[in-house]
Design a protein around this ligand. Structure first.
Ligand code: URA
Length: 433
């Protein structure tokens, strides 16, 4: 078999066989040069893939490295994945709610990159919190507490790691079969029996239209089901940041507030719906989603979910005095206020721009491995639909020095739109698949 012939076949719109896809995926580990891998990625991007090709590619990538065996965990395991958003701290809230209802959440998460945050960096803002555990400690915490969140092992779906790094620099990220196979290869390798996908749509997401988001969700759900996992997806809005906090410790603080019943409505509603769907995927099918919603609301209202977050943090070495009194989180050296330049209704806040502004403040990183400032970020004091007076504070910014603060302020200034006309706000939960 020759890589040249596989590229030519896809270039001409052909359907690749399992053996051809296997040759390609095995080739990512060294035998095939980057220029040929990239040529095939571009051909796939333009020609697309059939459902069978996408499913084969996903399974081959999932099996290209370590595959987690979660059989030592008692009870149904459910994973949740968001396709990436700004201010998305849902794992820190929906995870503990679901765990408080009996779901086993054995989760591997990623780090911040570009304009999107990462759950691992958020958790590491809790002093002492360990995200690198061996499997026996990971399984033990999931069995004892119900939830444990760790960093992805280096060898999880290495074929995807290689292909994603090539896609990132060759304008081939925006392909539904490539995104679906990339996300699902990692979810399948991570081993949970249930998979809930939160597919973001809007200006701050990969998927800019509802149609594209539904198509991606349908492909991922089909792959999950073919692989024998109970899989579902919610399509949710990412035109504006979720909640008010963007940045690592700021988002943990907002998660604690939300689990205390004092969080913003958007994040509370979304996390309750995510947790209810996670619970649904863990239970026999005759138990309805309505009953799951009742149980997850009770776990939030009773404080059981907040207790779960504290138990998880304690089990992973975190200083839970910071969660009990969030003023104990290390503070940023510099703070600044962003104020309204005119009077009127806030009509929109560009989510991606806010993510970039938070990154400039020090909350994110441009390249993998760069250090991060856990205290840096933004708290949005006003969000779309609210009326503001000229000079009124719209956001608080946090950074380690004045230069970063000025850069973050300048970027945030491009994100807010204010108008005399009251906007109609988009639905947060748009559809489910
Ligand atoms: N996230 C992934 O893991 N893969 C993609 O292709 C896009 C987003």
């Amino acid at each position: 078999m020759r890589m040249y012939d596989i590229i030519a076949k896809k270039r001409d719109g052909g359907e690749l066989t399992y053996d051809e896809l296997e040759f390609f995926v095995k080739g990512t580990l060294g035998a095939v040069p980057d220029y040929q891998l990239t040529a095939l990625l571009m051909a796939i991007c333009i020609r697309g893939m059939t459902e069978r090709e996408t499913s084969d590619l996903t399974l081959l990538m999932a099996n290209s490295g370590d595959v987690m065996d979660l059989s030592k965990i008692e009870g149904a395991t459910v994973d949740k994945h968001s396709t990436g958003g700004v201010g998305d701290k849902t794992t820190l809230i929906a995870g503990p709610i679901a765990a408080a209802c009996g779901v086993k959440v054995a989760k591997m998460s990623g780090r911040a990159l570009g304009h999107t945050g990462g759950t691992i960096d958020k958790l590491e803002s809790i002093p002492g919190f360990r995200t690198s555990l061996d499997n026996s400690e990971f399984f033990d915490i999931v069995n004892r507490v119900g939830i444990c969140v760790v960093g992805q092992t280096a060898n999880l779906a290495p074929a995807d790691k290689k292909l994603y790094s090539l896609r990132d620099v060759t304008a081939t990220v925006e392909s539904i079969p490539l995104i679906a196979s990339s996300v699902m290869s990692k979810k399948l390798a991570a081993g949970s029996s249930g998979i809930l996908l939160d597919v973001k749509v809007g200006s701050g997401a990969f998927m800019k239209t509802r149609e594209a988001a539904v198509a991606l969700a349908e492909q991922m759900v089909a792959i999950g089901k073919t692989a024998g996992r109970r899989t579902a997806a919610l399509i949710t809005n990412m035109d504006i940041p979720l909640g008010r906090a963007i940045g690592n410790s700021l988002e943990v603080i907002e998660a604690v507030e939300t689990l205390s019943g004092k969080g913003p409505k958007d994040i509370t509603d979304l996390c309750l719906e995510l947790a209810a769907n996670m619970l649904y995927l863990s239970l026999p099918e005759h138990i309805t989603l309505t009953e799951c919603r009742r149980r997850t609301s009770e776990a939030l209202d009773s404080g059981a979910a907040l207790k779960k977050l504290e138990e998880m943090a304690a089990a992973q070495g975190g200083d839970i005095s910071c969660l009990k009194d969030t003023s104990k989180f290390p503070a940023a050296a510099e703070t600044g206020e962003y104020t309204a330049a005119s009077e009127g209704y806030i009509t929109s806040i560009d989510a991606e721009g806010c993510g970039i502004a938070a990154s400039l403040l020090g909350a994110g990183r441009e390249k993998a491995g760069e250090p991060i400032d856990h205290a840096a970020g933004i708290v949005l004091l006003k969000k779309p639909g609210e009326y503001v007076k000229r000079g009124e504070p719209l956001a608080m910014l946090y950074a380690s020095d004045q230069i970063k603060l000025v850069q973050g302020l300048a970027r945030l200034d491009k994100c807010y739109n204010i108008s005399a006309i009251k906007p109609s706000l988009p639905e947060l939960i748009i559809a489910s698949v």
